[in-house]
Design a protein around this ligand. Sequence first.
Ligand code: NAD
Length: 437
Amino acid sequence: MRITMIGSGYVGLVSGACFADFGHDVVCVDLDDKKIAALGRGEIPIFEPGLDRLVADNVAAGRLRFTTQLAPAVADAQVVFIAVGTPSRRGDGHADLSYVHAAAADIARALSGFTVVVTKSTVPVGTGDEVERIIAETNPDADVAVVSNPEFLREGAAIEDFKRPDRIVIGLEDERARELMTEVYRPLYLNQAPLLFTGRRTAELIKYAGNAFLAMKITFINEIADLCEKTGANVQEVARGIGLDKRIGSKFLNAGPGYGGSCFPKDTLALVKTGQDHESPLRLIEATVAVNDQRKRAMGRRVIAALGGSVRGKTIGVLGLTFKPNTDDMREAPSIAIIQALQDAGARIKAYDPEGMGMARTLIEGIDYASDAYDAAAGAHCLVLITEWNQFRSLDMKRLKATMAAPNFVDLRNVYRRRELEAAGFAYHSIGRSGDG
Ligand code: NAD
């Protein structure tokens, strides 16, 4: 199959490289000429485990190319994917569809022969109809089937997720697309990943409903964690106790500082707006958004409380900045709100993250960056573990304590045990675990 991917970010690049690895002939397009030039030199503009090798192998095999020239890449393709960003629209929280609409118009002008145009970006229900309308208006002669194929990969495990998905959702209204989409995903279909064919609007809504449910599950266990602290229970044991019930499941029940990242915050907000627009309010998701928003800054207050109520003039060492481990993505990371709350209260921040410090420099001001966890601890009155990178899981506590100004440890991911940390001389604070946790 000849596939063109419009947008070469986290989703476009991973999807494009994986499709090439399946044996398809793939061109990845992006407006950002710096990104395309870097890819042309064999440099990967994002951190995603295994992606450098996958891209290099498929470029060498002649199945994967990069370009800023959309028109020839679209004219040649049988299937064109739209994988551009759909951030929150400034001011109102609706999904900003300007990149999708612009891509649809660019594609329309370049089409030649019957082409399947697939929206892989996360877009509100009804966007496929709009893409179809834009294409028909821009190029009345275009012969297209517009499909929705939302992406469920997770950053940090994106290649594995793409190659071994729980399901592939394909929403279509034009039956001509069914055969081509089946062909695109044939290698996965043979691996037993179920292809779920639905109507286009249903597919669009599946993506938002899935993300909103996961965000709600995280928020649920975070509120239970708060109750555990007040009542002397242990949230990790509660999570295990409920997670073993197959109707609930054990995943996404880790209490922490609140969800972040490039998807959950914007997608929950956009779904709330869609519900309001259709006079079908989603109150559970509205509550999820509000609870999570408050939680991030509350984590900053928790650190302040751990230091006796004031951090003015004190140094806080921060371990982990990205919204989760194994990515360099800082978008909507809880660390941003936590650090701002601490800075507002007069603290100096010294932070270390294995991959996130580059993006953090563009998002948060006034941080001193450390060269590793031990450097972040040196001179600090408190260490706050925000992102559970593997390298923070077995730190040498004696070595940390020796260089700190005061031995306080706030573990927002419940990585450590109270007993161990107290034995090493730390005052230890975690999430939802009173007593022995
Ligand atoms: P991203 O910002 O990393 O990448 C988007 C890319 O599209 C950018 O490189 C941008 O330059 C390019 N672009 C924008 N307009 C263009 C145009 N007209 N022509 C060519 N290139 C254009 O975004 P992302 O994280 O890859 O997300 C893309 C979509 O996938 C979003 O809708 C997101 O919600 C969804 N999604 C993301 C993830 C994730 O984990 N990142 C997972 C599932 C779904």
